[in-house]
Design a protein around this ligand. Structure first.
Ligand code: COA
Length: 162
């Protein structure tokens, strides 16, 4: 069974991430979406909130699971018997950072290969920070995140204003 891990911050999950999950699900027998720790980021949502949101939007894909992990990505991948890490490449600007991470992960664990998938071009400009910013400033994020995520994001923003 070919298992792939799709790691990320997912703060929150967007249609661009879902596009990658769908593509990975067609290639691999099982895809595990891993809510990871990026030490450079202070997420708006807790790990469990992000896992819950992702679970809600991927429940229709039978070969997709969701988990979170605070340690090294390659350790999680080994535990799950995965042989691939999936990352999305939206634009050439993603490349340098992704290249560095992929090579470092390969150095740490030679048996796990990073695979890059390109989301649909309509998502190339999308990222979670912009979605959070637009939502916080009262803009329309309908095109970027599923309705259930929109509801949770708007509730979170309201709770922060109190
Ligand atoms: N559609 C829309 N947005 C996308 C996207 C897509 N297909 N792919 C990436 N993005 C956006 C994300 O929303 C995110 O936006 P933000 O910066 O505004 O939050 C940004 O691009 C970065 O993507 P993400 O996939 O969340 O990457 P990251 O840099 O936050 O994650 C980890 C990096 C979590 C994978 C990395 O830190 C990690 O592996 N951590 C575990 C610990 C570890 O092993 N560290 C050693 C690594 S060598």
């Amino acid at each position: 069974m070919k298992i792939a891990i799709y790691p990320g911050t997912f703060d929150p999950i967007t249609y661009g991430h879902i596009d990658i999950i769908e593509r990975a699900g067609e290639i691999f027998d099982k895809v595990i979406v891993m809510v990871a720790q990026n030490p450079g980021k202070q997420p708006l949502f807790s790990n469990s909130e992000r896992v819950m949101m992702i679970k809600k939007v991927v429940s229709k894909y039978k070969n997709v699971e969701v988990d979170s992990y605070d340690g090294l990505l390659v350790e999680f991948a080994k535990r799950k018997k995965a042989t691939a890490i999936v990352r999305g490449l939206r634009a050439i600007s993603d490349f340098e950072y992704e290249f560095q991470m992929a090579l470092m992960n390969r150095k740490l664990e030679d048996n796990i290969t990073t695979v890059f998938l390109m989301p649909h071009e309509k998502y190339t400009y999308l990222n979670s920070s912009l979605v959070r910013e637009i939502a916080r400033l009262g803009g329309d994020v309908t095109e970027f995140i599923p309705p259930v995520v929109r509801q949770i994001l708007s509730k979170k923003i309201k709770s922060l204003r109190k």
